[in-house]
Design a protein. Structure first.
Length: 526
């Protein structure tokens, strides 16, 4: 037990404490802002998964990482430590995500409606039980959808979203509806099916679904649940707008999309609460085994066993290891800004993997019509926006690689200035020489930095022995990217060329009048 106690103090007890504190804090904040105040600006998947995962990652990196390093796991070259980080993050994120889902359902209020039209005059709640209502089956709004899934997009899904208006009386068809019942039909086939067969399957699916809809008009339910803010709600809202009883030019927040529930209201939470405790218990049990197996580096662990140890010291120690180095401070700052902007766009109500075009326009994308109407700030703000997580990660890797060579030579302030100026030139080239209605991304500015690298090679800034390496680097990065841009759809090569040319010209002019100093050993000195 004496040998076990230091390991538990080092890594087991802290994770248990931090995970419980985060879960309790997150649930409290969620209940106050989302349930009580109904500040429903975030998507359901963001609230239940992505935010807990982000908080879990931060806690692990700031408070658990150094403790894991104190365990004797050095032989694995970091791979086993990565597994420890994942388990610790799951221990923090899983209970928090599952808890808010339970809290929303458990604390949701059931409002009884005398007439279904009363829903527009009463405060919004999670659940409703209408007294008198008529389902207007002959005035549905229908939205057809298809999408691919699977690692290699091997499955093709067909889905029909139906929003059926509810009214007080059968003859209220000329009155706008505030409440819509939601139903959906779904099927899937292999994406490798021949195109002609896909069309046949699609038409047959529509026919089956609509026949079922019109044959089963007596929809049964015990109560209604208001749809959460997710992708399905967007699709049902699009369906509701196609109904003849939709409120023309109305605010969508006054339209209630309701899911019929046949079960009893008392059993609305199902097994969600046991899953909250079960997930935390399982994760902690796994973590317990992972902590007691390895030994301890006592020289590293003594830091945490000191009597005057505080969490503040731990935070500062970890934060220092994450701060950017002097030679890459500006590059790192630009990368952080791009990631923060992407996170804010997602949190404002977009999909994590692929940002909606409407959100890109809203947040400052290079929208051609907007620029023509005088919104010139879009030429710059679009540089910090990205259309997908893959787009963001690939651009940030390229930015890091370019900044790694450019920033030590021209300095932090000049790198940021060149990044902004070449980004503006790339946006201007897009407006002048392409027909893209919407364009986003830092790739034009990144190509501007590669253009500065070209200028550095042409003006002899790099020693001769590095020229071959730099030519190879440019060919493998900028060259391949430009070449692939001609074959991959939706890649704005005009912006790439505009950024590259402006970077070469700007860099050549800059180095014509400014030469970095070299120290006694021939190293560049800024």
């Amino acid at each position: 037990m004496k040998k076990l106690q230091p390991k538990l103090r080092l890594a087991f007890y802290p994770l248990a404490k931090y995970s419980l504190i985060l879960t309790a804090t997150y649930v409290l904040v969620y209940w106050v802002f989302i349930v009580l105040l109904q500040v429903n600006v975030f998507r359901e998947d963001v609230l239940e998964w992505w935010l807990p995962i982000c908080f879990g990652f931060l806690l692990v990196m700031l408070l658990i990482r150094k403790r894991v390093h104190a365990l004797k796991l050095d032989r694995d070259d970091g791979r086993v430590r990565g597994l420890y980080y994942m388990v610790a993050m799951a221990t923090i994120a899983l209970p928090a995500g599952l808890s808010v889902n339970y809290v929303e359902k458990a604390t949701g209020t059931l409002t009884t409606l005398n007439m279904v039209s009363d829903i527009a005059t009463l405060p919004s709640t999670k659940y409703y039980q209408p007294g008198f209502y008529v389902i207007q089956h002959n005035y549905p709004g229908i939205k057809y959808s298809s999408y691919y899934s699977g690692k290699r997009s091997e499955t093709l899904h067909f889905k029909i979203y139906i929003a059926v208006p509810m009214s007080n009386h059968l003859g209220d068809t000329l009155k706008p509806a505030h409440a819509f019942l939601t139903y959906s039909y779904h099927t899937s086939i292999s994406s490798h099916t021949a195109d002609a067969n896909k069309e046949q399957e699609w038409n047959a699916f529509i026919e089956r679904s609509m026949n079922d809809y019109y044959k089963n008009k007596s929809f049964k339910f015990n109560y209604l649940e208001q749809l959460p803010n997710n992708n399905d709600r967007d699709e049902f809202m699009a369906a509701a707008r196609k109904s003849d009883m939709y409120i023309t030019y109305s605010d969508d927040h006054k339209v209630y999309l309701l899911k019929p529930i046949e079960g009893t209201f008392a059993h609305r939470t199902g097994n969600k609460l046991p899953w909250v405790f079960g997930s935390w218990t399982i994760c902690m049990a796994v973590w317990f085994v992972m902590v007691i197996i390895p030994g301890i580096h006592m020289n590293k662990a003594r830091w945490f066993f000191r009597k005057n140890y505080t969490i503040k010291e731990d935070l500062l120690l970890n934060l220092q290891s994450w701060l950017p180095t002097r030679d890459a401070y500006a590059t790192t700052a630009l990368i952080f800004i791009c990631f923060i902007v992407y996170a804010l766009v997602v949190l404002s109500g977009s999909d994590v993997m692929q940002v909606y075009n409407a959100k890109l326009v809203e947040w400052g994308g290079l929208f051609r019509s907007g620029v023509r109407q005088g919104e010139y700030w879009r030429l710059l703000t679009s540089v910090f926006l990205h259309g997908s997580i893959v787009h963001l990660v690939m651009n940030m890797l390229s930015l890091y690689l370019a900044g790694l060579f450019v920033e030590p030579v021209i300095g932090r302030a000049r790198l940021i200035l060149f990044f902004l100026l070449t980004g503006l030139c790339a946006s201007a080239a897009t407006m002048a020489f392409s027909d893209y209605e919407l364009s986003v991304g830092a790739s034009g500015a990144i190509f501007g930095l590669y253009g500065i690298l070209v200028a550095m090679v042409l003006t002899g800034i790099f020693p001769r022995e590095l020229k071959t390496f730099m030519y190879t680097l440019l060919a493998c990065t900028a060259g391949i990217s430009l070449f692939m841009g001609f074959f991959i759809p939706n890649v704005n090569n005009i912006a790439h060329v505009g950024g590259l040319v402006s970077g070469i010209v700007g860099g050549w002019l800059f180095f014509k009048y400014y030469r970095p100093k070299q120290d006694a050993e021939g190293e560049l000195d800024i």
